[in-house]
Ligand binder design. Structure first.
Ligand SMILES: Nc1ncnc2c1ncn2[C@@H]1O[C@H](COP(=O)(O)OP(=O)(O)OP(=O)(O)O)[C@@H](O)[C@H]1O
Length: 381
């Protein structure tokens, strides 16, 4: 990417400070959206705190865009209310909601220069010329595109066009920024850079609340303070990003957010004061973070592939044995697939023993209790 990163001056306007911050939380209160008889959002209740980045992720058709469009005012809930700050916006038209929005395909006006694209929303609001000039300059500087003001969109790369789209959304000084798959039209390398730059942008505008819809778990894990995982029009789990990743409350979350090995176990000892329970898998007695299981409960032990080691050390006190089935070398990582009593177990190893075992041999695997958690066996959601 040729343009500078989002390191320009932050938008420091006093008006903006007034509308952001305390007034920028988003509250979905039992929001139902239906297209005809087809309910696509079941009563959705969710809070996004002021200045928080909430990533909404989930499979295609799970209702992510619908939830975002309900906040934007482009779809009307059949019931329920949406509040931004203290304002109930459910009945307000989109342009009165104090929002900025960026979608996947830039949606820049091709016949307008960058500066006119960025000025568009302000002109529509009837802002005066001096203010528009100042805001456009600020917004372009914020996304590192100050020197591109006179260009047309066709003279920009995909990543640059998307920065302009973000500048256009920021120029109106929104309380809330809605991002709907903003990077999915970009190629992988640019996408990685843009994720880092959106993180930087948010650091320079800490009061700005962001609802980020994506199906890309890496974007969500990198950017979000909290994640809401959608499934069939419902929130299947919601919580701080690291918490959801480290202690997924259900199978769907464990498997959707990163890769997870889920080993069937029977609880042998309920969690003690430190929160660790023990469970049996065959002869192995394994320890992991519990969440209220009782002795005898069938459960799943969730272990991320990068937390399994082929070598023992003092922290990796859990041990299971599997038959090595596949080895895939990928440069920085080697992926192994083992069969542990019928359960496929994946290992992503950065370090390997000098002599890698042959497929078909029995291999012990070690992992730390702190990297492991129990989750209910039966819950599909
Ligand atoms: N305008 C519409 N009319 C009828 N049904 C719609 C309309 N828009 C969306 N839907 C349906 O609503 C459901 C949720 O769609 P939505 O776009 O919110 O899903 P999504 O999670 O954002 O999916 P994706 O990741 O594919 O964008 C889908 O079943 C979809 O077919």
């Amino acid at each position: 990417m040729s343009a500078a990163a989002f390191t320009g001056p932050s938008v420091t306007d006093i008006d903006a400070a007034k509308v952001r911050g305390a007034g920028s939380n988003v509250h979905f209160d039992k929001v139902v959206v239906a297209y005809g008889a087809h309910v696509v959002l079941h009563p959705l209740t969710l809070d996004i705190a002021p200045g928080e980045i909430l990533a909404m992720i989930g499979p295609s058709g799970s209702g992510k865009t619908t939830a975002l469009r309900a906040v934007a005012g482009f779809v009307r809930p059949a019931s329920g209310r949406i509040r931004i700050g203290a304002t109930d916006v459910t009945d307000l038209p989109p342009y009165e909601r104090g929002l900025g929005m960026v979608v996947q395909n830039y949606a820049l006006f091709p016949h307008m220069r960058v500066e006119d694209n960025v000025a568009f929303g302000l002109r529509a609001q009837g802002a005066d010329k001096a203010l528009i000039g100042e805001r456009v300059k600020d917004a372009l500087a914020t996304v590192g595109m100050a020197t591109f003001a006179r260009r047309y969109p066709r003279e920009l790369s995909g990543g640059q066009q998307q920065r302009v789209a973000i500048a256009r959304a920021l120029a109106v000084r929104p309380r809330v920024l809605l991002l709907d798959e903003p990077l999915s039209a970009l190629d992988a390398q640019i996408r990685r850079n843009m994720v880092e730059e959106i993180a930087r942008l948010h650091r320079s505008l800490p009061g700005l609340t962001i609802l980020y819809v994506t199906h890309d778990q890496t974007e969500a894990l990198t950017l979000a303070d909290k994640i809401a995982i959608m499934r069939d029009g419902r929130v299947c789990s919601h919580g701080p990003t690291t918490e959801l990743y480290r202690r997924p409350p259900n199978r769907f979350t464990a498997e959707f957010l990163g890769r997870a090995n889920l080993l069937p176990v029977t609880v042998a000892e309920a969690a003690g004061p430190k929160g660790f329970a023990t469970a049996r898998h065959g002869d192995a007695v394994l320890t992991g973070a519990g969440r209220g299981e009782k002795v005898g409960d069938k459960s799943l032990l969730c272990i991320r592939p990068q937390h399994l080691s082929l070598t023992a050390d003092s922290e990796h006190t859990n041990r299971i044995v599997g038959t090595l089935r596949e080895v895939h070398w990928q440069g920085e990582l080697t992926h192994l697939v083992l069969d542990v009593d019928g359960t496929p177990v994946r290992v992503s190893a950065t370090k390997l023993p000098m002599a890698l075992p042959e497929p078909g041999t029995e291999v012990p695997l070690f992992f730390a209790p702190a990297d492991t958690s129990l989750l209910p066996e039966d819950a599909g959601v």
